[in-house]
Design a protein around this ligand. Structure first.
Ligand code: FAD
Length: 385
């Protein structure tokens, strides 16, 4: 049976980064994916992802974000590609809304640059938004757009360059850890491999791969839309239009991107938190675009970004893998210390791929990382049963 230092199960956003970091540290790496990444059946497609530092979800994410930016820039240099486009980011809501108040807290606590905008300043600088009187904005200059498929390709190319063996269209059927905790066995339909370590980065399939752990993960269906603005894309170019997240009083939280592909590509928008949740699995998700999907987003656009309520150019489904507290799961398997897990990214993980790849390499090689991962501990679920 072929033996490796480490096998990576899943080569999407997180697994491709882990492969890159582990292979560049001279380990013998095998990466396996059931499809051919980047692909459209998981969580890491659709051209763009928001990246930002003033993290409204929790200030504890900020040190990871600062490192993630550095690593994205290093990957850009090594690959010779633009992966991160700084456009600024506008967080909109009432002053008490989580996206505004939480971003402000993280920015102040970590000394990050930001500007607070009153309603009339938003109207002056970003006239395309139709904001209610109670709305304020937090503008973060460091925020921007990550090109997700390109990032995965770059990580995989670097991994292969450093000697990683990458096998696509190769689903892992089974894995097991040796009783003495020193190795793992992985089976595909036709082959078996052994390794000292296993990294599980299976995205929306995590639950199936880690059935014994009973992590409370829930997969959610999401839809991304690309609209042709009524005015062409003149006001939506990256130099005039930042990425934005708007916390609507109803709880629905739409977000969007500038037109990164020029006039023909349209403007991408979606819900970060939807007005209604739609549980599914990675296998049974309805990938068709329904009239209720379109109606829900158009209703919000008509209200606050009417220029965007134009022709629908394309739409695509995507999967969130949610934890109950919306924080990630990063750490070793409860029963197998030679197995590390990174999952449950709850719809906000992509910007962290670069740093999570590095963390997984540190955990695999050294058994530790200098980042505080308490928020992400797999053990937190045991306390709640
Ligand atoms: C619509 C949408 C918008 C988002 N917007 C943002 C954003 O703006 N900013 C942000 O930071 N994050 C965002 N996210 C979240 C982010 O994209 C995800 O957290 C991230 O992509 C998750 O990466 P992953 O590696 O866990 O999953 P994936 O990239 O899906 O990778 C998992 C891989 O595992 C493979 N796999 C699974 N099971 C097996 C098996 N048995 N054998 C072999 N291979 C297997 C799959 O084929 C897949 O390639 C968004 C997500 C969606 C869906």
């Amino acid at each position: 049976m072929p033996h490796y230092d480490v096998i990576i199960l899943g080569l999407g956003g997180m697994g491709s980064a882990a492969a890159c970091h582990l292979a560049s540290r001279k380990l013998r790496v095998l990466g396996l994916d059931q499809f051919s990444p980047p692909h459209e059946r998981g969580s890491s497609h659709g051209q763009t992802r928001v990246i930002r530092q003033a993290y409204f979800e929790h200030p504890a994410y900020v040190p990871l974000l600062l490192r993630a930016y550095k690593l994205w820039h290093e990957l850009e240099q090594r690959s010779g590609q633009t992966l991160l486009l700084k456009t600024g980011g506008l967080m909109l809501g009432t002053p008490e809304a989580e996206v505004v108040a939480g971003s402000l807290q993280s920015a102040r606590q970590h000394g990050l640059p930001y500007e607070l905008l009153e309603r009339n300043q938003i109207a002056k600088h970003f006239p395309m938004f139709r904001v209610p009187d109670t709305t304020v904005g937090l503008l973060e200059p460091e925020a921007g757009v990550l090109f997700c498929e390109r990032a995965i390709q770059a990580h995989l190319a670097m991994a292969a360059d450093s000697g990683a063996e990458l096998r696509f269209n190769t689903p892992v059927r089974e894995w097991s850890g040796a009783n003495d905790k020193s190795s793992v066995i992985i089976s595909t339909a036709t082959e078996r491999f052994t390794a000292d370590h296993l990294v599980i980065t299976a995205g929306a399939w995590t639950q199936e791969i880690l059935i014994d752990c009973r992590f409370p993960l829930e997969v959610e269906r999401q839809v991304m839309f690309w609209f042709q603005p009524h005015d062409g894309t003149s006001v939506f170019t990256p130099d005039r239009f930042p990425v934005f997240i708007w916390q609507h009083p109803s709880g629905a939280t739409p977000y969007g991107f500038p037109a990164v592909d020029g006039p023909s590509g349209g403007v991408k928008t979606a819900f970060y938190r939807k007005p209604f949740r739609e549980a599914c699995t990675a296998t049974n998700i309805d990938r068709s675009i329904r009239s209720d999907d379109l109606e829900a987003i158009r209703k919000v656009l008509r209200e606050f970004l009417p220029l965007l309520d134009g022709e629908l150019l394309r739409a695509s489904t995507c999967l969130y893998t949610m934890t109950p507290d919306h924080n990630f799961v990063i750490g070793h398997h409860p029963a197998h210390p030679q197995v590390h897990i990174a999952g449950g990214f709850s719809g906000h993980g992509f910007k962290f791929c670069s740093v999570v790849g590095e963390i997984l390499a540190d955990l695999t090689i050294k058994g530790k990382t200098h980042f505080d991962l308490e928020l992400f501990s797999p053990a937190r679920f045991r306390q709640t049963g």
